[in-house]
Design a protein around this ligand. Sequence first.
Ligand code: HEC
Ligand code: HEC
Length: 263
Amino acid sequence: MYQKTMSYHLFLLAALMLVPAIASAADKPASKKSAKPKAVVEASEPALSPGKHTTQMTAAITALKADMETGRQINGVCAACHGDSGQGGKKGEYPRLAGLDVEYLMDQLKKFKARQRMNLPMFPYTLERELPDEDIVHIAAYLASIKLDTTYPVFKDTDDALTRLLAVEKVLNIPRSEGDVDAGAKLYKYECASCHGSQGLGKRGAPMLSGQYTTYLKRQVDKFIKGERIHDVDMKDPSKDVLNLLKPEEIRDILAFLTTLDD
Ligand code: HEC
Ligand code: HEC
């Protein structure tokens, strides 16, 4: 059902997203893209985020041979909470999913399904009937490939209302949160960067933290501290986890620092 109502919206969205992709391909004369083996994803994939993240992510997504069209259709269900572009919503009640690592997304969906990570609002949507295992790769690849902007685009007079609406929907810049940014930067560097990356972009199973809603991150930190979610599976005693050892003000400062990284 959602397919029908959403199709016009999504067609436009897809068309819009192709524009920067084509433009950036034209910028690079000796693009490596053409040398890559042709995969299913290349036909309909949305624009990918720029920089080194993209190359790695594109490679990971391509290797999975995900079907982006199927992913787009599944996203019709997720969009009710996480937004059409996986931008999240309600100030972090629903986290951003766009641009998260594809492996991380798959892993979390499997954890929700297996109830290793509890998520009451989402649980019904992760049942085998709603989200069979083979669909996890498609939806994860689709979401991982969505690029959000951090600043508003400059519109042309000829851009219509829908074009503007769709573009604005893809802008996410996390508002600054209260705390000592410099102290947070130092703590982050020593306690978090080895896993989450110096710019908070995530690596090796540790997700991207920059560009994610502060309230959502704080909620996860609280869950880790209470043992409702496992932060580091290799840690024998979760109460010794780095997050349990930090003071509340230190966590506040780290979160404040993270809000500066996507500016
Ligand atoms: C009814 C609302 C709802 C729907 C529909 C929904 N989600 Fe969620 N989702 C949530 C909430 C709420 C959370 C945050 C849970 C928490 O705080 O731990 C979440 C969290 C997630 C996360 C974890 C993100 C992270 O950074 O770890 C992923 C991944 C996710 N959802 C994927 C999906 C996908 C894929 C779909 C569609 C198949 C979907 N969700 C549909 C409400 C929803
Ligand atoms: C040893 C590696 C490691 C270190 C160090 C680490 N993390 Fe993590 N972090 C992870 C992994 C792995 C996950 C994903 C857990 C899962 O699979 O559910 C994670 C998840 C998170 C999440 C949840 C994000 C989301 O989208 O749901 C938050 C918030 C977080 N870490 C904050 C921190 C902070 C703040 C620090 C520093 C004080 C830190 N982490 C240090 C490995 C690490």
